[in-house]
Write a new protein. Structure first.
Length: 421
């Protein structure tokens, strides 16, 4: 009897699919089938010691589910999900269920394709044109991307965004937050509006999107509305430090809503601001001098380097020096936190890196997006990007930060005492 492997036979190329693409799809189908079998076998193996009263193995493989097509970046792949049976059902015990992390029960599209759909929407492609736009990748039929399906999908995105905006934050705690107002090239509205974004670091070192809405970047009122909303949904504990650029509106709102939070100015923005006040011919050398400040091993060395910078350029380029020194304390606040986190705290890169992809996707958008549409689509792009966010280094230091342990030049006070002993 031929073994049922769950692999779908090789299809013959049609008028749309070329042989090379079909070979790639066949390889992907076989790899997916093998991965699904291995996942199910591993699940059964973990429970091999579970036995019925008569000695038989309780959890066993049980064939395959019906064939279905999953849309992926290389087209539709026909798959059959392996099934697992719990023989003890009905014997007064809880049922053991197998859920595939590779292919969830109702999945019809890969995650990468779900991320692609809002990108196409942002590009101005109408729901009726999605099948034509994706036909070269997914094949002529693209059964799961009809106009009706796309319309329902955008409705699901909106509902998902609404749920996210109402989520309870009472159990959340963020050691650090990064804030920025990011302008996109999509023509949302006549006013100079932007996306206000707050990302937080949990005690486990995971980065999360905390707050997100459309507002005025320089407006304290817009930032206040965002922060008040976050606090009203249960975020009672203030972060230890906030990282951002020179938008005065954010810092004013932060001090009103979460008083006492330390300020850390972004060195990337500050460097750009200082260099803008100097001749281009001088900028490479000045940039190197600024790097000597924020890459110094200790606060005292950084303070000395800033004094040298002031003496070196103050006489002739007073505006550049004033731009730097007026935020002296906020630029050096990171020295009072773990040294392993300095790379995270000295810049707003967590937000900039997230929006690099979003900005790239929207920079050539021709359609005039409404505020609602732009907000919804960018939210979906951020959610897709968040799956790849890296955790903070040395996450074990974060509980110390939250407990209020003092750090000097990146070293915890308890560590310094132990070293002295």
């Amino acid at each position: 009897m031929k073994e049922d492997t769950g692999i779908v036979p090789l299809r013959q190329p049609n008028s749309v699919d070329d042989p090379l693409t079909e070979i790639a799809r066949e390889g992907a189908r076989r790899m997916l089938a093998a991965a699904l079998r291995a996942e199910a076998d591993a699940f059964v193996e973990e429970l091999v010691e579970e036995r019925l009263p008569d000695g038989r193995q309780r959890v066993v493989r049980h064939g395959y589910g019906p064939e279905r097509e999953v849309q992926t970046g290389i087209g539709g792949l026909e798959v059959r999900r392996p099934k697992v049976r719990d023989r003890a059902v009905g014997a007064g015990t809880g049922k053991i269920r197998f859920t595939s992390s590779i292919l969830p029960r109702w999945a019809r599209r890969s995650r990468s394709l779900d991320a692609l759909l809002p990108v196409l929407y942002l590009r101005g492609i109408s729901t009726g044109d999605f099948q034509d736009a994706l036909g070269a990748i997914l094949g002529a039929d693209a059964p799961n991307l009809s106009p009706g399906v796309i319309s329902r999908l955008t409705g699901e995105w909106e509902a998902d965004y609404a749920r996210w905006q109402r989520r309870d934050l009472s159990a959340r705690r963020y050691a650090y937050i990064w804030a920025d107002g990011v302008y996109l090239q999509a023509r949302m509205e006549p006013q100079a509006e932007c996306m206000l974004v707050v990302i937080g670091a949990t005690p486990e070192g995971k980065k999360e999107l905390v707050g997100f809405q459309v507002g005025m970047r320089e407006s304290a009122q817009s930032w206040r509305e965002l922060l008040v909303d976050v606090k009203a949904r249960g975020l009672a504990s203030a972060p230890e430090i906030a990282v951002g650029d020179g938008a005065l509106g954010f810092w004013k709102a932060l001090d009103e809503v979460f008083p006492g939070v330390r300020h850390q100015r972004c060195w990337v923005h500050k460097t750009s601001n200082v260099l803008n006040k100097l001749p281009k011919s001088m900028q490479p050398g000045v940039k190197s001098d600024l790097r000597e400040i924020w890459q110094a091993e200790t606060r005292s060395v950084a303070e000395t380097a800033m004094d040298v910078f002031t003496e070196k350029y103050g006489a002739k380029y007073g505006k550049a020096v004033a731009c730097l020194t007026k935020d002296r304390e906020a630029l050096l606040a990171f020295y009072d936190f773990p040294a392993e986190h300095w790379d995270h705290l000295r810049t707003g890169n967590p937000i900039e890196s997230v929006f690099a992809t979003v900005r790239h996707r929207t920079v050539r958008t021709k359609g005039a997006l409404s505020q609602r549409t732009a907000k919804l689509m960018v939210y979906k792009l951020i959610q897709a990007a968040s799956k790849g966010w890296r955790r903070l280094k040395a996450a074990n230091q974060l509980p110390l930060v939250i407990e209020g342990i003092k750090f000097t030049d990146g070293v915890a006070a308890t560590d310094a005492k132990n070293r002295a002993a």
